[in-house]
Write a protein of this length. Structure first.
Length: 409
């Protein structure tokens, strides 16, 4: 007796799991994910892995082994489709081509809509073109080009969906977007990536919500990768700081700080073990001038060098030769509730830890229950007088303002 699930059963199971995760919220998205043959677009994986809602299937790596192209995990694909809400008859541009998501988009804009999928790598576009043709989606336009310049031949677009991590919003994307059009983009902002739904309002974009996500970085003219500076390294232990947007730190001073005794500060703010703190991290990233993320291996944590073993990093305040990072401690024996706090290292460790804790309390008091951050993306030449009050992050092509409802100027 063969108990191997059929593709139909795998698709039905995937839809149920995505509904349970609240990644699928509408019947339209459920119907599409339940009908497109995911296993065909991910032949590198077993059917079980292809239909794992949380697993991305890597389709190409660089010479160093880093993933540079993948079929995104189904949960983030569903979330971004819900964000963008592709509608029948619309013209859509997908940036970052794998084939799978383009097929979903083609179903959602039918009848009468068009989908263009673009990637800089000809191996990726050749693969996408072949798989789309094999599954009956030969009408999707597959373009090999640098995403920095979009795809002007088929503009304007009602929706641009970006499926690679973007450090900035190139002018071409805004130029090729129809008035009132939407961009769904995994934008890296002060070291954190969120999938933003951006709506065009005249010459700028305004956010209408965001979701946690992770994507391989963009390649080409717009490529800007974050960098890691190591504060401690042995064959088994590694501690570093992830920095973004050209940030610089005094590495030698911070290495010395890490070796110094730590100072602790605790906020009195508690969270449940399963409660997400993504908005807290975004708040901390916008609250400090010297923002970085402390990353460490499990061995470094177990050796007591740091308290966190997060490979992606935890929110960290850097001030000269001092740093303080967010941490937690259990407040009951069941370890179901945790208090938020900070550990500091360096000559001003106590002050830095206290400052980080003060911002945790501010988040708890003003922003914990939403509605979250609002961002506006304006052209790089926009004067300060035209930007809303709040943190301004200057990128190559844009000025990004980040404000929080209820925040005082």
């Amino acid at each position: 007796m063969n108990n191997t699930p059929t593709p139909h059963e795998l698709r039905a199971g995937l839809v149920k799991q995505l509904r349970d995760q609240n990644a699928i919220r509408t019947d339209r998205i459920a119907d599409v994910i339940g009908s497109v043959p995911r296993e065909v677009f991910a032949p590198e994986a077993s059917p079980a892995d292809a239909y794992d809602p949380n697993r991305a299937v890597v389709t190409k790596r660089d010479p160093h082994g880093l993933a540079i192209s993948s079929v995104s995990a189904a949960n983030i694909q569903a979330v971004m489709l819900e964000q963008g809400d592709p509608r029948p008859g619309e013209t859509v541009l997908e940036i970052g081509s794998g084939g799978m998501n383009a097929a979903y988009l083609a179903e959602l804009v039918a009848p009468g809509g068009t989908v263009t999928t673009l990637d800089i790598d000809p191996e990726v576009t050749d693969r996408a073109r072949r798989l789309l043709a094999d599954t009956g989606y030969a009408g999707v336009h597959v373009v090999t080009a640098d995403a920095e310049y979009g795809a002007p031949d088929r503009a304007p677009y009602d929706l641009i969906e970006v499926t690679v991590g973007a450090p900035d919003i190139p002018p071409a994307w805004l130029d090729q977007l129809a008035p009132g059009g939407r961009i769904v983009v995994p934008l890296r902002l002060r070291g954190l990536m969120r999938s933003f739904l951006l709506v065009r309002e005249g010459d700028h974009l305004v956010s209408h919500g965001y979701e946690l996500c992770g994507f391989v970085p963009m390649q080409g003219a717009g490529e800007q990768r974050e960098h890691l500076v190591l504060l401690h390294e042995t064959p088994n232990e590694e501690v570093g700081l992830r920095l973004d947007d050209g940030d610089q730190v005094d590495i030698e001073a911070l290495r010395g700080a890490l070796a110094s005794p730590r100072q602790e500060a605790w906020s009195g703010v508690t969270v449940g073990g399963e409660e997400p703190t993504h908005d807290l991290d975004l708040w901390l990233a916008t609250a400090f001038d010297g923002h970085a993320r402390l990353t460490a291996t499990v061995a470094a944590r177990d050796a007591g060098i740091v308290a966190s073993a997060s490979p992606l990093g935890v929110a960290t305040l850097v001030v000269g030769g001092t740093f303080a990072y967010r941490t937690v401690r259990a407040v009951d024996d069941s370890r179901t509730r945790f208090e938020l706090g900070a550990y500091g290292h360096g000559p001003a460790a106590s002050a830095a830890a206290s400052k980080l804790v003060d911002e945790i309390r501010t988040w708890d008091r003003k922003h914990r229950r939403g509605p979250g951050a609002r961002i506006e993306i304006h052209p790089a030449a926009t004067p300060d007088s035209r930007l809303p009050a709040g943190r301004v992050v200057d990128k190559t092509h844009s000025r990004i303002s980040i404000s929080w409802p209820g925040q005082q100027p």
